[in-house]
Design a protein around this ligand. Structure first.
Ligand code: AMP
Length: 502
């Protein structure tokens, strides 16, 4: 499968490619506008093909910008409006883009050229005169997008995914459920800056289906959310299990609300038996899939259709079997673990990332080449713990300090480094507080350089300051001031002990 070739065949289609609130775009407009914008990019950007930042939320011009980048042979870096300014500036500084395309208001940064494509429609006019053809398009081995995720150093790392990897992933994903079908409606929850959105966006584009995007403000307003879901008449649901749990809390979330819902695709965090069971009950005509994978291997690399039989026999649920072109090994150092024994999940295969953008040090730690049948394949140390049982892969936590909170990937050290930017904080340790195997919230223990007089006031001020550096989901719900932290025999903070007393 090759995305741009397929989209070309839909270039006269008046079917909706994306709907977000009142805004819509058809496949014809998507093709035409992305051609024009690609022409504009080609005319104003240097030959070196640096990535382009695409800033915005759920405007239908977001996919226009993504495709325009691809047609002009450049990678795009999606940045959502909810990313705090400081963090976004870190991303921009590490990318050094030739251009920033914005679909929402954007205050210029340094001397980086920036165009608001919602307002400046001239851009499309200007681009019309510049011919763009397949010779300009991204090639199989070129980077198609770079998605930034939380990094333990306190600054995000950019995962580079090639066009080839995206095409292989999409082709596989379209076969999940009862097989590839066209003209469906995909419900999109994740912002485009999270790789989960790659699943719904490209599955829908490649099958001439409609992406029905739920804006963030809708997701927190039950009344509007359910009105939108009803209106969508969705067929395929792509979200984190946490978002499905939120919807399940309302009894009207059922097949009556979305009569043609046929497939739930989950990824990004543990899918509990309870969530899967409730969904199967409420949506008797739908299938529920658990898929697993990190951004570093293009969204997901395993799948399992969770039916009554699987539910009855497994708790926790498996994350499934590897997709074609992927091998999964359970490793303990250099030793491959036999079935039933736990170790680190290592992903080897044709959708593994080229590595983090300009980050040789991190790349050396986690990416490597694996020799298989005389062929060298890209491989990635996930940092996830897992084991195989009866041929199924099971996930059982992390070997490091990464957590998932409501589906968001967070390095605890990322929060700690940002907490220590606050004046007076000399040490900070963040502990995940879990319930039934899932992280419920984060608690920070902080050492302040003088006695704290107004605890509440300081906690409030710290949260406000944190919101300038990290997204809201990374701000610890609880902050406790302490004079000392427990340490292990070798002088490191004793996180295990802190977890026990939290
Ligand atoms: P992200 O890069 O944001 O997609 O996060 C990837 C991480 O999410 C993985 O390394 C796992 O720790 C976790 N994850 C992804 N899928 C699943 C799943 N189905 N079950 C449990 N954890 C998952």
């Amino acid at each position: 499968m090759e995305l741009l070739k397929i989209l070309k065949t839909y270039q006269d289609s008046e079917r909706p490619a994306m709907v977000a609130g009142e805004n819509k775009i058809t496949f014809r407009e998507l093709w035409e506008k992305s051609d024009q914008l690609a022409g504009y990019i080609k005319s104003v950007c240097k030959e070196n093909r640096s990535p382009v930042i695409v800033y915005g939320h759920k405007s239908p011009l977001m996919p226009v910008a993504f495709l325009a980048c691809a047609k002009s042979g450049r990678a795009y870096v999606p940045v959502d409006i909810h990313v705090p300014r400081n963090r976004m500036e870190d991303i921009i500084d590490s990318v050094c883009p030739d251009l920033i395309l914005a679909t929402e208001e954007f205050e210029p940064y340094r001397t980086y050229p920036c165009i608001n494509i919602e307002e400046d429609i001239n851009v499309f006019e200007l681009g019309k005169g510049v011919a763009v053809g397949t010779a300009d398009y991204v090639k199989e081995e070129d980077v198609y997008y770079i998605i930034f995720t939380s990094g333990s150093t306190g600054t995000p790392k950019g995962v580079q995914i090639t066009y080839g990897a995206l095409n292989r992933f999409t082709e596989w994903a379209l076969n999940l459920g009862r097989g590839t079908k066209s003209h469906r409606c995909f419900i999109n929850q994740a912002p485009f800056s999270f790789d989960l959105s790659v699943m719904d966006l490209y599955m829908s584009l490649a099958s001439e289906s409609c992406l029905f995007a739920l804006e963030k403000k809708i997701q927190t307003d039950y009344k509007k959310l359910f009105e939108q879901l009803k209106k969508s008449n969705g067929n395929v649901w792509v979200s984190t299990p946490s978002f499905a749990d939120l919807c399940l809390a309302d009894s009207s979330f059922s097949q009556e609300l979305m009569p043609d819902m046929e497939l739930f695709l989950f990824c990004g965090e543990i899918l509990t038996n309870r969530t899967a069971e409730q969904l199967l009950k409420r949506f008797p005509r739908a299938q529920v899939y658990n898929t697993y994978g990190p951004t570093e291997s293009t969204v997901a690399v395993t799948e399992v259709c969770v039916d009554e039989d699987i539910l009855g026999k497994n708790n926790p649920l498996p994350v499934g079997v590897a997709k074609p072109g992927t091998m999964i090994k359970i490793m303990d150092g250099d030793r491959e673990m036999p079935e039933g024994e736990k170790g680190e999940i290592v992903i080897i295969g044709n959708t593994v990332s080229k590595g983090y953008f300009k980050n040789a040090e991190e790349n050396r730690k986690v990416f490597f080449s694996y020799e298989h049948n005389g062929e060298s394949m890209p491989a990635y140390h996930t940092g996830d713990k897992g084991y195989f049982k009866d041929g199924w892969l099971f996930y059982c936590g992390r070997i490091d300090l990464q957590v998932k909170l409501h589906g968001y990937r967070i390095e605890l050290e990322d929060i700690e480094k940002n907490l220590m930017k606050i004046q007076g904080i000399t040490k900070a340790v963040v502990i995940p507080i879990s319930e039934n195997g899932k992280v419920k919230y984060l608690k920070a223990y902080c050492i302040y350089d003088k006695p704290v007089e107004n605890t509440r006031g300081l906690q409030k001020k710290m949260k406000e300051e944190m919101s300038e550096f990290v997204p809201d989901y990374m701000i610890p719900r609880k902050i406790q001031f302490v004079e000392t932290l427990p340490v292990t025999a070798n002088g490191k903070v004793d996180r295990k002990r802190m977890q026990e007393i939290s």
